[in-house]
Every structure is written in C-alpha cells, then in structure tokens.
Design a protein around this ligand. Sequence first.
Ligand SMILES: [Zn+2]
Ligand SMILES: [Zn+2]
Length: 646
Amino acid sequence: MIKITLPDGSVKEFPKNSTPMDVAKSISEGLARNVISASFNGTTVETATPLTTDGNLTLFTWNDAAGKKAFWHSSAHVLAQALEELYPGVKLTIGPAIDNGFYYDVDPGDQSISEKDFPAIEKKMLDIARGKYDYRMRSVTKAEALDYYKKQHNEYKVELIENLEDGTITFCDHSTFSDLCRGGHIPNTGIIKAVKLLNTAGAYWRGNENNKQLTRIYGISFPKQKELTEYLHLLEEAKKRDHRKLGKELELFTFSPKVGQGLPLWLPKGAALRERLENFLKKAQKKAGYEQVVSPHIGQKELYVTSGHYAKYGEDSFQPIHTPHEGEEFLLKPMNCPHHCEIYNARPWSYKELPKRYAEFGTVYRYEQSGELHGLTRVRGFTQDDAHIFCTPDQLDAEFKNVIDLVLYVFGSLGFENFTAQVSLRDPENPGKYIGSNENWEKAEQAIINAAKEKGLNYVIETGEAAFYGPKLDFMVKDALGRSWQLGTIQVDYNLPERFDLSYKGSDNELHRPVMIHRAPFGSIERFVAILLEHTAGNFPLWLMPDQAIILSISEKYEKYAEKVLNLLENYEIRALIDNRNETIGKKIREAEMNKIPYMLIVGENEEKEGTISVRKHGEGDLGAITVDAFAKIVEEEINRTLKQF
Ligand SMILES: [Zn+2]
Ligand SMILES: [Zn+2]
C-alpha cells in the first residue's frame, strides 16, 4: 500500500500502482469524469501513471491552469497528427501549450499551409478526437528515438534528441501517432470537443533568424462547443476594443514612420487626456507628501554605469550620443531613478527630514526590437508616473501603506475594481543572492505583508520572486473582458542607495543608508491609456473624457442658443462642443454615439423657448428636457461617484 496526501491535507491508502484516476474515482464519480491531469510530488504526471511511492497528489480539471495546459498540449498532438495525415512529409518540430491555446511549428517542405486550409485541418482534428484514443507514454532509448526521426528525415527532432540524456527520453502515442514528449496529457482525445485554428505565423527554428523559417499554426480547443463560442465572442469584443483602433477613432494618438517606430505622437485630445491623468495624480501625490522634480532626457554614461543600468540596458540599448568637441558620452535615460538619487545627493539630510518623496512624469527610452513593438503597450519611448521615496528602515511600514492607499485611489477613480496583488519575497534557500542586510530584508518584507493585510488587498505571496535588490508588490488588474494586465508596482531597493552612496544623519549622529522605494501606480502613461482604452472600450470615466458633452442643434436657426448653452457649460467647467452642421439630428446623434461622447444636448425651438436642453446619454437614451444648471448637477454627481477626494 502507498499513502497519498491530497491538497486538503487528508491522507488515504491505496494499493501500489494505483493511478491518479483511481484516486479520483475513490473520491467521487463526478471528479473522475472531470479530472484531466495531475501532479505528483510537484511533477506533472499522466492520470494513468501508476504511483509507486507515498506522496502528494493534486488532481486538475479544466478549471485549473494546469488542467488547461494539459488539454492544450494534448490538442497540439492532435493537430500534429492531422497535419501528418493531410500533408505527408511535413516535419514536426515543437508544439507547446501557451496562455490561450497551443501552437505547433512545422516545416511543410515544398507544401504550404495557410489559413484557408484551416477548416479541413479542424475537421480532421475533430475526427481524430472522436476516436477517443488514450494518450500513452512510452520510454525509448536515445538510439530508438534517433532512428525513428532519422527515418522520417526530421532533422529538427534529431537535433532535440541529441541534446537529451539517454534514459530520460519518452514518446507519447495516441491512435497511430507518436511524438517526442515529456508528458502531461489528458486521458484521451475524446475530451476535446471543439477546435479552432486561429492563425499562422513565420517562426525561426529555435527562435534564431539564421535558421530555417517554419510555419507556426496557432489554435485553441475546448471541452465544450459553448466555451469555444464564448471565446470567439471574446476575441471579437477584444478586436473592437483594440486600443490601436480606438486610439485612432477617438483621435488620441498616432504613429509616424518618419518619426520612428515605437514612438507615439499624442494628438491634442490624447495630450489633454494625459494632462488630466497627470494632474489627477499630481494632486493626490501632493496631498500624500510628494514633491515634483524634473530631470533631463539624457545622462552621462557614467551615471548609468554607477546605477548598474548600463550593464543591463547599455549594450543592447540605444547608441551613445557624443558631444562634438568635448568627448563626452551621453545616453538616453532608460530609468529616472539614477537622476533622482543625485537629486537626493544634492545636500545632506537628517533623519528628521525623511522621508523625501520625489515624483516626476519622466520620459524614458528603451530599445525594443521592431517586431516586439505593439501600439502603446510596447514602445521605445514612454513616460513613467515615477516617484522615489527615500526613507529610514523604520519608515518603510508607513510608506508602504501610504503608497498602497494612493494606488487603490488611482484604480478606484478609473473604474478598475477587479485586481490582485503579488508580494515577491526572497528565496530563503539562497540568501547569498541578495544585497542588503538580513535585518533590513526582514523589515521590508514584513512591512509589505503588513501593509497588504491591513489594506485588505487580495494578495498572493511568491517566495523567491524578489529582485536581488529588494522585495516588491505588484498589482494585476482584470479588465472588462477578464484579461489580466500588470499595472502599478512598488519596489524596495537596497542597491541604488549603496551604489550612489546615499546617506542621512541618524539620531545617533552617525551616517546611515536610506532605503529607496520605486513606485508607479500607472506604470507608464502610454501602457495605462492602452489598458484603460481596452477596459472601457473608450467610454472613460466622465471626469477623464476628452469631450463630456456635445450640443446638437436641430437647425442653423438655433446656433445662437447653442453658443449660449456652451458658455453656460464652460462656466461649470464642462468640456463640450457644438455640432452646428446642416445635417439631420438623427445623423448627428449617431455620430456622437460613435464618438462615445457621454452626453448629447439637443437644442431646438422648444428648448430655446423654455431655456432648456434635451439630454441624451450615450448608450442609454433620453433623459428629457432640463435646464443647464440641472444638467451640471447630473455631471457633478456622476464625477463625484468615481472621482473621490484623496
Ligand atoms: Zn505530449
Ligand atoms: Zn525607479
């Protein structure tokens, strides 16, 4: 008999060679039906793997990330089989599961596989799936494995196998198909009920552009047709919300090949939006005790050598800028921190004056390969809502709470309600990896955990995920489509104060090192605006909207009255514009709806006579005829609901 410990801590005895599926059956028939993969003592196993020792067993269903991974990995095998059957001679390379689905990289030889072939491949895959073939793992010798793929003239698999140790090589078989594989499958192909191939892409073998370009086929699969339908709907929705598309339609930003790739140009409406975001944060930061500073866009190479950023960004980064006569060497700044360290260093400090909190909307530049650039989320120049706090170790606790309050305020004011936090701590097994004293790390880690607890964050602790220079707290938000985005971060740093020889005079009259905290609630303005666009589909909170209202005149006769309404709105600081064109009111309304303007104010004969406006709300419809004063109240109330005082 062997003792199996389940995640809830319960221990059960089973005959030796029982499988994870046997264990599932002993718990309930329902679980046995749903379990699709398992891990034993932390290693992925098949649900049919005989267990021979005591150990910890976790069973996964479709609802677990590990279950989905096994599902999609197994689906990649089915795709490979379908390709082999439809394209004889196709050479398989690698086919992993990814975050949403799977892909397989293949060398089709002189055949070509394109998206128009997808229906036939999908049909073949479903035919195979319906066969309910078991996935079976099989150990092979290195010689057998090499022989198998040499016969197929598959140099890719041969290369993979040559790098493996004899005795560790396994194949996975299902139906008539075999593939080199480490394992981690669902019980049989029959569980795959819905398949969709999504797109093809070129991919170099082993990611090296000197190698042959392969055809990558992306797909996704589900245990229920309904789930595929929902997923495709989500994809459609995501396309509609693509920030690159919305940014153009709403005239927020653009890119110019002349200016350069990855360098966003903010149009007037976008620039005004940025300004509102910046002012919003500046106002809250002022209350939270921050001081604004300004630093240049370039710095001497020596600055970044001192900070260590040169070693990290220098070589692959932008080229140095040389001055014509004096032999100086500058770099575009990749980070604001080194500049802020030197601002701190401008004069001596006493512990009584700390913490110092320096904030700057600092634009930084980092080289990204052109293929990696994506809208506003991956750019080469961006503005961080950066700040650095210099404090004593004893002040960390209070500072962390202060920063979390600010981050929560930012999220709340912008309509992000669904977020989680990750606390990254040291790896206790590997203390030599980290800079700074044990005592200070203890203090900092405790400060983060205390603050996260006290502020009621929904957080997870990741041991071993801290940077070498300090522990951190990251915020992940879920957008309206359930996609996760990494947003603000709060990072403790023991490294830069050391490198820049920062100090303060303590109560003992001795010099001490301050602790530095880097923090950015938005992360970068560019990325944040992109996420906000995709989250809200361009329907920003009213306080942030470029145009809050549009006055639509029924005909040119009411132009004067429209102007009067606009003046009144301006007195209330409501951002509005007039549509006086000689168009039908129906057309004007449709366009205003398309432009996502929150309020449409219709003015015609009745309104002019009564001194009112007929209000229509975006996406909701008529609110009736009211005075401008009453409308201003509605606007004020709506703004106050989201934008609270910090
Ligand atoms: Zn496999
Ligand atoms: Zn920093």
